[in-house]
Design a protein around this ligand. Sequence first.
Ligand code: MLT
Length: 242
Amino acid sequence: MVIQVNVDFLAKDAAKAAKRGDLIIVIDALRCSSTIVTALANGAKAIIPVKTVHEARRIHAKNPSYILAGERGGLKPRGFNLGNSPLEYTSEKISGKTIILTTTSGTLALTYSREASWVLIGAFLNAKAIAEKASLIANAEDINISIVQAGTNGRFSLEDFICAGAIINELPECNIKLSDAAQASLLAFKHAKDDLLAYVIRSDHSRRLIELGFIKDIEFSCKKDLFSVVPVYRGGVITKIK
Ligand code: MLT
């Protein structure tokens, strides 16, 4: 069989990909998916992604031992334990813990993909591991792959486009058919791959994060294949595939 690989540009496109029955890979390289990958790599037990700050606070009120985490406008909301910087998610702080996470676009894309039978979470940090697992599952279940970029406040984002190409670059070439958007993201990655940071740093969202003092998050998030964890979102909870 041939696996069709699509790239979609906005969080809400996840709902259409779910309807098509595709395996979805959600990407928000800056910074939500990098934070999720890092948290699981450093021993977090589970992550509950939610759409609103209000919902996050409500779940936390019922489960005070959970860590309340996320951002709005890039910054940690009042009373939250952690923000959305992957560098905050050290094993000392999060090992064995369940984290409630709400971010502007990343957790929104996840909630839009809720109905899909497979939702994986990808970043530069785990591009190779995600591509390998997605390919195995898609082949075994005879389904297509949609890589959904979370975008930035409802707009296209350059870093997610390059990251989609990084994942596609690791897919076995023999039985895949790339959509035009998938081919374009692969071209972008091939152009940028020798200095990812230099290209990612030009994006709108990078500029905003630099203004807020988060340049180290961008540098960290550009480390390709630092981790081999594969986060899966199922039943409202993200855990790592064993
Ligand atoms: C988001 O989900 O919109 C991003 O992760 C925002 C951020 O960089 O904090």
